[in-house]
Ligand binder design. Structure first.
Ligand SMILES: [Zn+2]
Length: 366
């Protein structure tokens, strides 16, 4: 049987996918994850967490993650408008990367697909340890495997909507200084199911996760049965400048903001694919450098020069009301409006179809 891509409205041929963002969100609920982060962002008055323009700049320091108002996206009109901008820029397909515990109502996701005419591919899987609902805590890889398999075979939440990708996450270190086994079990479960179904495994990475642990997680997925080209490591643009200590940069004249691609190259040499998928992310923080769009673009051009254009995808990780164009940010349009024209301008136009059409179709086809 020829390969297909599973969308919330049913299967399509890979050639029907077109211009694709491989990492966005639509309906979602990050309240469990945000609740945990309240330990980190302490003593913030509720008045400063309210979703109103005078708080927007402060919320962008990352604090929006603990604002319940920002953590839930459940507004059809808002999403229809935001994804309308994406479509007007030439976008045709969207991967909604939210797994169980974070994912919104899949029937509404299907309705959004019907209203906008965009293909939307949704996920099964689990996210970080700190964002799992109680029924997914204290479980092992076998339990996760069965849970994801049921959604792939029977549909999600009592519907006939099936996931088109598998999602895991690495973010959380235990007291022993190692990534928590519950997160690695998510990777193992997805990889085993990938081996049987051909569905791709998308692994979220937090910027604080050490490069060697990201590489180890990719190897774990491959050892657990996933084909290397079906393993996709998300958010590899998040860490481009995060290795430079802010204090060193400020105090030492010779320390610059040079991007580091060592982990990226090691991953790509394993045969896996990576996402530069947080274009336009407006976060600023006093404690670590968040990558900016010129650093993303520089990394992308260097990786294309090194011959990796067949292994990279793009996206914006549009994951909060705060990030929407309706509220003064780029929503899910930044890579279309910034990175693609800039690639053309600087002589990289021939890579564009690979990044946004061919690679997403190959990754998602099963
Ligand atoms: Zn995301």
């Amino acid at each position: 049987m020829s390969k297909r891509i599973t969308t919330v409205c049913g299967d399509i041929a890979p050639e029907q996918l077109g211009v694709t963002s491989l990492h966005e969100h639509t309906f979602l609920d990050l309240r469990i994850a945000g609740g945990f982060l309240k330990n980190y962002f302490r003593n913030i008055p509720e008045s400063r967490l309210a979703f109103k323009p005078e708080n927007f700049a402060f919320l962008k320091t990352g604090v929006y993650l603990v604002s319940d108002e920002c953590a839930v996206v459940d507004d059809m009109d808002f999403l229809e408008k935001e994804y309308g901008f994406f479509k007007a820029d030439g976008g045709q397909s969207v991967v909604d990367c939210s797994p169980i515990g974070v994912r919104g109502d899949v029937q509404k996701i299907r309705e959004l697909s019907e209203k906008t005419g965009l293909n939307i591919i949704c996920a099964t899987g689990v996210y970080t340890m700190t964002s799992r609902p109680p029924e997914l805590l204290g479980k092992d890889a076998a339990f996760y495997y069965e849970t994801f398999k049921r959604e792939v075979e029977e549909g999600i939440d009592g519907t006939d909507i099936r996931p088109g990708l598998l999602k895991a996450a690495i973010a959380t270190y235990g007291p022993d200084g190692r990534l928590m086994q519950g997160e690695l079990d998510g990777v193992i479960a997805c990889a085993r199911l990938s081996a049987e179904t051909g569905l791709s495994v998308h692994i979220h990475t937090d910027p604080n996760v050490r490069g060697e642990d990201v590489i180890a997680a990719a190897k774990l997925a491959i050892e657990s049965g996933a084909a290397p080209d079906k393993v996709h490591i998300c958010h590899m643009d998040n860490r481009l400048a995060a290795h430079i200590p802010v204090g060193d940069y400020l105090r030492k004249a010779e320390v610059g903001r040079n991007i580091c691609l060592d982990t990226h190259k090691a991953l790509l040499d394993l045969g896996v694919t990576i996402g530069l998928d947080t274009w336009g992310m407006p976060i600023t923080n006093n404690n670590f450098f968040v990558t900016d769009d010129f650093e993303r673009l520089k990394a992308l051009m260097q990786l294309i020069d090194l011959g990796y254009a067949d292994q990279i995808t793009l996206g914006d990780d549009f994951s909060s009301k705060l990030l929407g164009r309706s509220f003064g940010n780029y929503g899910c349009t930044r890579f279309l409006e910034f990175s693609l024209p800039m690639l053309k301008q600087y002589g990289y136009g021939s890579a564009i179809d690979k990044l946004v059409v061919d690679n997403p179709a190959r990754i998602l086809a099963h």
